[in-house]
Design a binder for this molecule. Structure first.
Ligand code: GN1
Ligand code: MG
Length: 361
């Protein structure tokens, strides 16, 4: 069996006794490997269409995890990637596919918070990650997906897909296209400020969904930050915003009825409080722009899902034919609700900032 050959390439403890598909990633394929020692590992087939250079991806991920392991204060578990027998962090099989493996970390990943505390724990974990990497040289990381959160470029690519209209779907989604194009200016806000130097370039995770933080199954304390595939130079506002987009919404990316999707202002406050408590290095400008960060990344995801629908669903895994369109509609509904609530979001950030600055005096 192919997976047996792949496993043979890696150094790890014990003999594999079972291999099962695992996880809910939209990009890579993931397997859980149990061994006869009781130790378990996660084996992943890296999606080459998305990650054109898996070797560079693993160079970024292993440099970051090794850096975290050297500095960790014991608060969090850091992913430990297994090396291949030739001393690399990924294995290329006979079909040219790339695989990587890491030690399984027990815990639960939630698609929606069970309680406020879950989201707060997620904020603390991503805040810890941001703080510990504050002095890591961001520009030394490979740009494994060029322009990943460059929303100006994302809009350009959406327009190209609308013009090409390879599936003949553009006319049926005119309302969604019109809304997104009408928000092009605001969607470029963060990128323009990064380009001008008004916002600092940081090492960012770039996929800060709640389910990318493992929680202890009993205490629900955050244990480990997962999925370092998109650790890249970027803006803290995208990391903060993506957590809000995913974790502080009523109705998730796959919600069945977009009219029920909205921003939960209470959860917005919970996440923002945890993030501001945990991240000590944000500039005043970054704090001012937190609510815009949430809106911009939501618009970005809407453009990406809609583009993939127009392109014929070639990027995100789908479970039914209109899945990407539904995801785009859900993100649009969330973005529209954030626009309505922008003044409230800004007031929450101002009030938290005042409270936290008093605490630190
Ligand atoms: C993808 O596969 P997963 O769930 O880790 C995507 C993210 C999106 C996310 C939306 C490399 O992440 O950017 O925010 O889906 N990852 C990549 O759920 O494109
Ligand atoms: Mg990911």
């Amino acid at each position: 069996m192919k997976i047996d050959n792949v496993l043979c390439a890696f150094e790890f403890n014990g003999e594999p006794v079972s291999c099962q598909e695992f996880g809910k990633g939209r990009i890579n394929s993931t397997f859980m490997i149990q061994t006869d020692t009781g130790k378990a590992y996660v084996l992943q087939l890296i999606n080459k269409r998305v990650f054109k250079d898996p070797v560079k991806l693993m160079e970024n991920a292993s440099r970051v995890t090794n850096y975290l392991l050297e500095r960790t204060d014991g608060c969090y578990t850091t992913l430990r990637y297994m090396q291949t027998k030739s001393g690399t962090y990924c294995h290329q099989d006979e079909q040219g596919e790339y695989w990587r493996m890491y030690e399984f970390v027990p815990g639960i990943g939630l698609d929606a918070p069970d309680s406020d505390e879950d989201l707060y724990q997620c904020a603390l974990a991503f805040g810890w990650f941001q703080n510990l990497l504050a002095d890591f040289p961001a520009d030394s990381l490979h740009e494994t997906i060029p322009c990943f959160h460059n929303t100006i470029d994302r809009y350009q690519k959406l327009k190209e897909s609308i013009a090409a209209d390879v599936m003949g779907r553009a006319d049926s989604v005119r309302a969604e296209i019109d809304y997104l194009l009408s928000r092009e200016e605001i969607a470029g806000t963060i990128q323009r400020k990064l380009d001008s130097g008004e916002l600092p370039l940081r090492v960012t995770h770039n996929d800060t969904k709640l389910n990318n933080v493992l929680l202890d199954p009993i205490t629900h304390q955050s244990v480990c930050v997962l999925d370092l595939d998109t650790v890249l130079p970027g803006s803290s506002l995208y990391d903060y915003g993506d957590s809000v987009r995913f974790g502080a919404a009523n109705g998730g990316e796959d919600a069945e009825d977009p009219s029920l999707v909205s921003l939960n202002l209470h959860l917005f406050e919970v996440y923002t409080k945890g993030y501001l408590e945990a991240v000590t290095s944000l500039t005043e400008k970054e704090i001012d722009l937190l609510p815009i960060g949430a809106l911009v990344i939501t618009l970005e995801l809407a453009t990406r899902f809609l583009k993939d629908y127009l392109d014929g669903d070639i990027y995100f895994k789908i479970k039914e034919p209109h899945h990407n369109l539904l995801r785009a509609r859900n993100q649009i509904a969330l973005a529209q609700d954030m626009e309505q609530k922008m003044t409230d979001m800004e007031a929450i950030v101002r009030s938290l900032r005042r409270t936290l600055s008093k605490c630190s005096i």
